[in-house]
Design a protein around this ligand. Sequence first.
Ligand SMILES: NC(=O)c1ccc[n+]([C@@H]2O[C@H](COP(=O)([O-])OP(=O)(O)OC[C@H]3O[C@@H](n4cnc5c(N)ncnc54)[C@H](OP(=O)(O)O)[C@@H]3O)[C@@H](O)[C@H]2O)c1
Length: 274
Amino acid sequence: MKHSFLSFLIFLFIIYYVSTKFINTAPIINETTKICLVTGASSGIGEQLSKCMIKKGWKVIGIARNFEKLQDIQKEVGSNNFITYKCNISDFEQIKKVSQEIKTNNLKPTLFFLNAGTGDIEAKNKISVESHKKTFDTNYFGTIGFVQEWIDSLKELGGGTFVATSSVLFFYALPETAAYSASKAAINMCFQSLRLKYIDENIGFVIALPGPVDTPMLKNGQNLPFKQTAKKCAQYMVDQTFNRSNQIEPAWFYSAILRLLNWIPDRWVLKVVK
Ligand SMILES: NC(=O)c1ccc[n+]([C@@H]2O[C@H](COP(=O)([O-])OP(=O)(O)OC[C@H]3O[C@@H](n4cnc5c(N)ncnc54)[C@H](OP(=O)(O)O)[C@@H]3O)[C@@H](O)[C@H]2O)c1
């Protein structure tokens, strides 16, 4: 009995391993131009993604609102490696304009880290349509806007990859994170659908689900255990992207715990998270 249960677990693990490594993989990264675009490159995970990609020998197009911060990073890593563009991604007109400028400058990215995001802990006992709209404008429409503007270019270049930075809160939405968790779940489902739609065009749609990462965004979660540094999270995201993962989970502990919460009665969950 004990042996057959163990064999069953090993069998499940083999199925999982084979399906993630060999069957359910993203397309090979298109390295023809070695140019990638990173949104939210002025801080945290995006800054570190940019640095990792530069280390790999890629040119990075860094996008954010805070142009001074982008320029500081440019001074550090070199203007040949890091090309900066100012854009508020919650405004689709600005995404269209900046994409056009990049195309006019003959830059042809094949890998996109659509990483910029926003999310505040919501006020207790209050639901605000305004704050949901603001969160979706950046986290959802600010991501899909770049997909719309660049998908034809990727088709012409023979393929490419979009990586969206989602969150482990996709697995379980904790109190006071409704807008943020909903926006991340929306981008997950959108990318899952696009992945199937563009499978024959060699265009990958990858989702990264970090746990708590020590960046300015985590100002209210400083006491959380097993926080990752932005550098470690970004390195894992880059490595897994090149390993052709469709779903990247840099924080296995939080991924497992939040998945598990779905099996626990709501009142117990509240006791645990408080
Ligand atoms: N930190 C965590 O614990 C954690 C966990 C899971 C997922 N994430 C996700 O990781 C991503 C990066 O966050 P982070 O932790 O690195 O936080 P961060 O250090 O605060 O960086 C956020 C980045 O997004 C950019 N951004 C925000 N709104 C923007 C807008 N409207 N237009 C253009 N750029 C905008 C910011 O640049 P400007 O202010 O210069 O525009 C900044 O570069 C986000 O999508 C976040 O949801 C973070």
